[in-house]
Design a protein around this ligand. Structure first.
Ligand code: HEC
Ligand code: HEC
Length: 453
């Protein structure tokens, strides 16, 4: 009895003290909204963590698998699925074999392959030269960034839609060339998106918009080549640069973007601005997109004609996904270059050149390798023409490209249009434009440093 009291008494005191403390200090108001957060969750902090987990999971799913209702365009309007299936499977023409699909740069997700198909590919008993194999892969939802819609009873492909992963993911080729584990955020510089689209039985929607015939559209698309796309053509109608080459840009990295203010090579806006832009106006999903800067008949005649500057589709299959999609992209780190792919001692010397004499770090500020703040520069500042910059709403700027994971982007070249074939050309360009007077040894070290990023 006495012992129980000895235990209970301090406990009672404790409760009393707690109750008093909650009402102190006197004369200070408690916000009922804040009080409501005390129960039933453990804490608001807990909610933040749970939210972060959900956003990451949902965002990954959306990035990889969401077609945003784009089937109405790729299947419905262009009938692209018919060209893939071929006449023997209810489509048109010869169809696309699995080998041809891989040659076009399409990638296969090892994780999605059914066991039988996986064993058959390993044992080489699968015929890559058959259209059936392509259809089998599509049925398994194993083609990265492309989803076929199949009729359950006829087993035929009836439509097709695309995902962000089509252009912004590749695979590690761990099974064989073109088949492996997904590498989200890595630009697919093997993908010939122009050639794929050009294979559609009809290109009338593009021809009507651009006011040219389908043959002209096909010619433009097949001129693009792998790893390239033109995300502004259907708004400004500019198919070529002043020098006559295609007005495409390279597919950029979608990794290492957290902390960077503006996106795309010419800084159209934030990641989420661009996501809404691409999902509605390029992937032809159904959503909402508003950018009054494009309501300009001189600069964006086709965006005004199609109403793309102010899209309001019903149902809206995109807006509710933008938050998680944004979150996922910001979570993708830049990959690290494999050991042995650069000379570490030279890279250490090159870092000093980068941050000092070569002035690179004035714009490529480590560790973001872009400027905190407003990372935009005129064409003159970096010594190139302003064609691509002038296609963006803000007219005349290029964004300082974050340089981490540069080794992933060697294929296709550097700068927005790949005008520099390799890092030697990039460094040569800066030496001239910025009048750097770097020795050959300093240039070589600088290149090793860039390879180490
Ligand atoms: C058909 C290929 C293609 C598809 C599909 C595509 N993109 Fe892109 N993406 C591009 C190209 C090309 C650019 C560069 C455009 C420019 O600079 O003018 C780009 C730019 C970006 C950027 C800016 C990168 C940077 O360096 O700032 C992000 C982020 C991005 N895309 C994410 C997405 C997401 C998310 C989706 C799906 C909603 C998507 N993309 C769908 C081709 C594509
Ligand atoms: C005045 C600011 C500025 C300075 C100084 C600068 N850069 Fe850049 N850098 C940029 C901009 C802007 C781009 C984007 C150009 C484009 O895409 O057309 C870029 C692009 C690059 C790219 C291409 C990345 C890719 O993925 O295509 C590399 C590599 C690069 N810079 C390295 C360097 C090096 C090395 C130095 C120093 C010798 C340097 N930069 C100095 C602003 C700068």
């Amino acid at each position: 009895m006495q012992r129980a009291a000895a235990v209970l008494l301090p406990l009672g005191l404790l409760v009393l003290t707690y109750a008093c403390a909650r009402n102190l200090p006197r004369g200070v108001e408690s916000n009922p909204a804040a009080l409501a957060q005390q129960a039933p969750e453990r804490s608001f902090e807990h909610k933040i963590e749970a939210n972060a987990k959900d956003m990451l999971k949902d965002g990954k799913q959306i990035f990889r698998y969401d077609t945003f209702g784009s089937e109405h365009f790729w299947g419905g309007a262009l009938r692209l699925h018919e060209a893939i299936a071929g006449a023997a499977h209810g489509g048109v023409g010869p169809g696309v074999t699995a080998r041809q699909a891989l040659q076009l740069g399409l990638k296969v997700d090892l994780g999605a392959l059914p066991k039988i198909l996986l064993e058959a590919i390993k044992g080489r008993s699968v015929d890559l030269d058959k259209v059936d194999t392509t259809l089998e892969l599509l049925r398994a939802n194993a083609v990265v960034g492309v989803t076929g819609v199949f009729d359950k009873s006829t087993k035929r492909m009836t439509s097709i839609g695309i995902q962000c992963a089509l252009c912004h993911s590749t695979v590690d080729d761990s099974l064989t060339k073109g088949i492996g584990r997904r590498l989200d955020g890595w630009p697919n510089r093997d993908l010939d998106i122009g050639k794929i689209v050009a294979s559609a039985p009809t290109l009338k929607p593009f021809a009507d918009l651009l006011g040219v015939d389908e043959g002209t559209v096909r010619g433009v698309l097949t001129s693009w080549g792998p790893g390239r796309y033109d995300a502004e053509l259907n708004h400004d109608g500019k198919a070529t640069r002043p020098d006559g080459k295609p007005a495409t840009t390279l597919l950029p990295a979608a990794f290492g973007l957290a902390g960077v203010n503006l996106h795309t090579y010419s800084g159209w806006g934030s990641v989420t601005h661009w996501n809404a832009y691409v999902a509605t106006t390029q992937m032809h999903g159904k959503g909402t997109f508003y950018d009054p800067r494009m309501n300009d008949p001189q600069r964006f005649p086709l965006a005004v004609k199609s109403g793309d500057w102010n899209r309001r589709d019903t149902p809206d299959l995109i807006t509710s996904k933008l938050a998680a999609l944004h979150y996922y992209q910001l979570s993708i780190p830049a990959p690290e270059p494999p050991a042995g792919s650069f000379d570490a001692a030279a890279a250490a010397r090159g870092k000093i050149v980068f941050e000092g004499k070569a002035k690179c770090a004035t714009c490529h500020v480590p560790p973001l390798y872009s400027e905190p703040g407003w990372p935009m520069h005129t064409a003159e500042e970096i010594g190139i023409d302003d064609f691509q910059a002038s296609r963006a709403p803000d007219r005349k700027f290029y964004r300082t490209t974050p340089l981490k994971g540069l080794f992933v982007r060697e294929k296709g070249g550097f700068y927005h249009d790949g005008r520099f074939e390799d890092l030697t050309q990039v460094v040569g360009h800066y030496s001239r434009v910025l009048k750097l007077s770097l020795s050959d040894a300093e240039k070589a070290d600088l290149i090793q440093f860039l390879k180490s990023l």
